[in-house]
Design a protein around this ligand. Structure first.
Ligand SMILES: *Cc1c(COP(=O)(O)O)cnc(C)c1O
Length: 394
């Protein structure tokens, strides 16, 4: 059976360019910090990768710090900014209810240490506004952290506007852009963002490597302490193959953003239209201002986990909510934040497409989900009740 992979928000398969770049880097074994020729060879490769990543994002190479991935970058940006702000007598951080757990759990730990954390609600279609941020900022606020694009419902936030508010109000602005980098145009030479997190495996690069962009002039203390790597800001011998793979995947995906989006958006729309024909289904997140490959839908009277297992048996790799919450029975905090009741949030399905998916696959997914939802509802007492209530209303 052909496998249809539509879980690209969880991770992507590596691009050929990334694999090639890594293979080349694996034969370079020197430590980039060593002064001898083997070390220099590695150092030059590292520098080239840093230049390439900076070029892809429109920033200076000195503003790119390599990390172990999106989670580390988020942790570093937020705890770093929090510790730096204490010196200025500030203790307040503003974020949103739909952030990734790498952000939300970091904020929880800061709240436990005495920081004030304000969580902004989102609209029923999954957006925050610059005005909400403006209204929440006080003279105690030192950091705003708003994700670029949501990993579950695909909504893209007004990052430029929020950044402008932060500039005007004199507060630092961090964005978790893990779902956006390589998929949406990001030009840091004009975008008013102070810190930005990215992760290689979300755009065709390897797992376990990412970067934090820190605008020149912004200073945050280290998260990982030790040697003087990354200009003394992030210790640990660099993951050179990972970094080279990330740089290659990034420049390739950035170069094809428009082409990929032009291919994906019609597929996405076809899939949404097909799935919304199912009775008592709904799309999560607004239909525009949405990642080109994201489809998130809920089916009343269906258990998301059962749906996933049935789809997997039919060759479809999808997700319910985020990869980090599946395995737990709590409904996704994102779906609750857009106002879905628990019982509906449990019946969610996320399909995140890549340019490798075809129209035939989309049609197969629509048929298979339609049949599986009908099959599961047939045995569901919850669905029976929904149908009865519907009849009583008539
Ligand atoms: C995947 C993801 C992360 C975590 O990145 P890792 O590299 O897996 O640690 C953080 N934020 C968002 C929005 C993500 O989608």
């Amino acid at each position: 059976m052909e496998r249809i992979y539509v879980d690209n928000a969880a991770t992507t398969h590596m691009s050929e360019a990334a694999v090639k770049a890594m293979e080349k880097a694996y034969s370079v074994y020197g430590n980039p910090s060593s002064l001898h020729s083997a070390g220099r060879e590695a150092f030059f490769m590292l520098t080239d990768a840093r230049k390439s990543v900076a070029e892809s994002l429109g920033c200076d190479q000195k503003e790119i710090f390599f990390t172990s991935g999106g989670s580390e970058s988020d942790n570093w940006a937020i705890t770093g900014a929090a510790r730096a702000m204490l010196k200025k007598g500030k203790n307040e951080i503003i974020s949103t209810a739909i952030e990734h757990h790498a952000v939300l759990h970091t904020l929880d730990s800061l709240a436990a240490q005495g920081f004030t954390v304000k969580i902004l609600p989102v609209s029923p279609s999954g957006y925050v506004t610059a005005e909400q941020v403006d209204n929440a900022v006080t003279d105690k606020t030192a950091l705003v952290s708003v994700m670029f694009a949501n990993n579950e419902i695909g909504t893209v936030q007004p990052i430029a506007e929020i950044g402008e508010v932060c500039r005007r109000r004199g507060v630092l602005f961090h964005t978790d852009a893990v779902q956006a980098v390589g998929h949406l145009h990001i030009d840091l030479s004009s975008l008013p963002v102070d810190m930005l997190s990215l992760s290689a495996h979300k755009f065709g690069g390897p797992k376990g490597v990412g970067a934090l962009y820190v605008r020149r002039g912004v200073s945050i203390p280290n998260l990982i302490c030790g040697g003087a790597q990354e200009s003394g800001h992030r210790a640990g011998t660099e993951n050179l193959p990972g970094i080279c793979g990330m740089a290659a995947a990034l420049s390739e995906s950035v170069a094809s953003i428009d082409r990929t989006a032009a291919y994906l958006i019609p597929l996405r729309e076809r899939l949404i239209d097909g799935l919304l024909k199912i009775r008592r289904s709904r799309l999560n997140g607004g239909r525009t201002e949405r990642l080109p490959g994201n489809v998130s839908v809920c089916f009343e009277g269906v258990e998301g986990e059962s749906l996933l297992l049935w789809l997997d048996a039919k060759g479809i790799c999808a997700s319910s909510g985020s990869a980090c919450t599946s395995g737990s029975l709590d409904p996704s905090h994102v779906l609750l934040a857009i106002g879905l009741p628990h019982e509906i949030a449990h019946g969610s399905l996320r399909l995140s497409l890549s340019a490798e998916n075809t129209e035939e696959q989309i049609d197969y997914i629509i048929r298979t989900v339609t049949d599986t939802v009908a099959y599961l509802r047939d045995m569901s007492p919850v669905w029976e009740k929904i149908v009865k209530d519907e009849e009583n209303e008539k």
